[in-house]
Design a protein around this ligand. Sequence first.
Ligand code: FMN
Length: 133
Amino acid sequence: MNNLEKVCQFLQTAGTYYLATVEGDQPRVRPFGTALCYDGKLYIETGKAKSVSKQISANPKVEICAFDGGKWLRVSGELVNDDSREVKVAMLEQMPSLKAMYSPDDGNMQMLYFKNATATFSSFTEAPETLQF
Ligand SMILES: Cc1cc2nc3c(=O)[nH]c(=O)nc-3n(C[C@H](O)[C@H](O)[C@H](O)COP(=O)(O)O)c2cc1C
């Protein structure tokens, strides 16, 4: 498994992670669950109508954190918008429950991938492991 796959698998197994954005000088954080490994990139999904999406377009620097099985993961980096239809379709195939809220042509569904990402796995018992992807 490469670095990207390790991170993606951890997020999928954890089920929920927390996505932090910046709005001016105010951090904003909320639960997220979408994670897709596609074309060598880690994608997450949101709606363009949401505040989180507006914060990311104003400042693409984000951090996510997830905890599972005694380990936690932080991923920091920048998110890049990808309007390609194929990646939206792949997301909906991986997580069919999203189809109740989004479709590839609704003008709202938004796929974002991590650029210049640094991921750190930590636990109370082992040294941290830092990966780039
Ligand atoms: C477990 C869980 C997972 C969620 N996953 C996502 C997700 O992947 N993408 C998304 O846009 N919203 C997701 N949401 C909803 C967002 O947390 C919610 O819309 C939030 O208000 C968005 O942040 P904002 O209010 O700053 O725009 C999830 C909510 C929960 C409870």
